[in-house]
Design a binder for this molecule. Structure first.
Ligand code: HEM
Length: 476
């Protein structure tokens, strides 16, 4: 065991050491023990031979013994498994019942034949450690291999008693055979050590990964909190400041008071928007956002959303185009409220970040979700502006929580910085995708998203289903 620890130290310290093959990987020693590990195994074999005092004389003794022992192998196999199978653990490990035991008896004889081969080189060591791996793989604990070797050992002692009545001759062979069995046991158990090291390494990597993820999650949460408190404090301060001015009677006229009240109102609205965004993203991240998917008429969603940004666009002198206005659009499978939320978010972003030019909406059917071709049809919405645009390297980032192209923009343009993150999650929950491109004129931004179209048959049936229900409502 001490030597196993020594080997463990070599493996752990060796910087260039390759991973040993996964326990139980079938294949012979040469492939499995190539490179650095092959060298480790070779030095382990030499070390064990020295430790056990295994010499060429022992190898010669075993070569001599081989022909005389051959006849005992079938009985060895019988006795071995007769004893092993008493143990409930054996049933767990030997899954294939009688047929497998019959096969195992053959492999045990094969193994025993190897003991007397007389050649104990690196290849031999590799084969033995592979046998160990097979046991690791089937879940045989190391202690059972060690004990089972005792069965072999005592059986062979009896064989030697029968073969060599003269005690000095018997002792000579028994001594060499004993060393050989120890060598084999060490080589088999060595696989357990390798497997343990491998498992520990994998566990370590897993832990390190989990640690990194935790640290990142904690950093994101800290950032989230810092942003949240800042974003909430800004409009709150305005509300408190302006209302205090009014309460203290510091307004010189009713008009001034009205103006401050309007500021209080818009700050409160802004605050509500941020709180809603924070609640949404928190719910989404806690997997508590439940969508109600139904057949939705996208025309109605567009028509009810565009007026919400029309006033703001007009006040900035921006043109607002709906290029899908005259096209028939198929029903989509979506949560109507959330679809409107996504569209409104993209439209208000476009208006917010555009100071001159236009904002254009398009919608059309496509055979891809925007990322990969699909057998389903999707409705692709596009919102294009002629605004400041988003650099290529920032296009993925803006879909993360609290990210605007640069943080100074949060100050300048307001908003929680959560809109695109929420939109992405909502679109994905509805089965679509979302992305960013440059505007078609090479300036501005084009944000697109896709929503699955209701399959044609479904559309017909849902249209049919809608009709009688409308009649029933009319009658009431
Ligand atoms: C000195 C002890 C043992 C020796 C020398 C030995 C030998 C072997 C050999 C040579 C193989 C074939 C490996 C291969 O094809 O690569 C094998 C496989 C196997 N042995 Fe053992 N064995 C021992 C102990 C045990 C014990 C105690 C059990 C069960 C309780 C066991 C269960 C198995 C099983 C289930 C397999 C098949 C593994 C597979 O399908 O991958 N062995 N054993």
């Amino acid at each position: 065991m001490e030597s196993c620890y020594h080997l463990l130290a070599i493996i752990v310290r060796s910087p260039g050491a390759q991973q040993v093959p996964a326990p139980g990987i079938p294949g012979r020693s040469k492939d499995a023990w190539g490179g650095q590990e092959g060298l480790l195994l070779e030095s382990f074999l030499q070390e064990m031979k020295r430790y056990l005092g295994f010499t060429e004389v022992d190898a010669r003794h075993l070569r001599e013994l081989g022909p005389r022992m051959e006849k005992y192998f079938p009985e060895l196999a019988e006795r071995f498994y007769a004893q092993i199978r008493q143990h409930p653990h054996a049933f767990r490990v030997i899954a294939g019942g009688e047929a497998e035991i019959a096969r195992l008896k053959q492999t045990l004889q094969q193994w025993a034949r190897g003991l007397f081969s007389g050649v104990y080189d690196e290849r031999y060591a590799g084969d033995r450690s592979q046998i160990g791996y097979r046991h690791v793989r089937v879940g045989l604990e190391q202690k059972y291999v060690i004990s089972a070797m005792g069965i072999v050992r005592s059986y062979f002692s009896n064989c030697l008693l029968l073969e060599f009545p003269a005690s000095d001759e018997r002792l000579r062979y028994a001594h060499s055979l004993g060393k050989m069995l120890d060598l084999d046991l060490n080589l088999m158990c060595e696989s357990y050590m390798h497997a343990t090291v491998q498992n520990l390494r994998a566990l370590n990597e897993q832990l390190e990964r989990a640690n990194r993820e935790l640290a990142e999650a904690s950093r994101i949460k800290d950032e989230f909190l810092a942003h949240t408190s800042h974003e909430l404090r800004t409009p709150l301060n305005s509300i408190l400041g302006f209302s205090k001015l009014i309460l203290d009677g510091l307004c010189k006229s009713r008009e001034e008071e009205q103006e401050l009240l309007r500021d209080v109102f818009s700050s409160a609205q802004h605050l509500l928007g941020i709180v809603n965004d924070i609640l949404d993203i928190t719910r989404i991240e806690a997997n508590q956002m439940i969508l109600h998917l139904e057949d939705v008429n996208p025309r109605q969603v567009l028509d009810s959303t565009l007026p919400l940004v029309a006033v703001q666009a007009a006040s900035k002198g921006l043109e607002l185009h709906d290029l899908s206005a005259r096209r028939p659009l198929p029903s989509v499978r979506a949560d109507e409220v959330r679809l409107r939320q996504v569209l409104l978010n993209l439209l208000s972003n476009a208006v917010k970040f555009t100071s001159r030019g236009s904002v254009t909406v398009r919608a059309g059917v496509t055979g891809t979700d925007g990322v990969a071709p699909s057998r389903r049809a999707f409705l692709r919405f596009e919102v294009e502006d002629t605004g400041i645009g988003i650099p290529l390297e920032k296009r993925e980032e803006v879909f993360h929580n609290f990210v605007q192209v640069d943080n100074s923009q949060t100050r300048r343009y307001g908003g929680s910085g959560l809109g695109l993150a929420i939109s992405r999650r909502l679109v994905e929950m509805m089965g679509g995708a979302i992305g960013l491109d440059s505007g078609s004129q090479g300036r501005g931004t084009l944000v697109w998203f896709t929503i699955p179209v209701v399959p044609e048959a479904q559309q017909e049936s849902s249209a049919a289903a809608r009709r009688p229900r409308a009649t029933a409502t009319d009658r009431r």
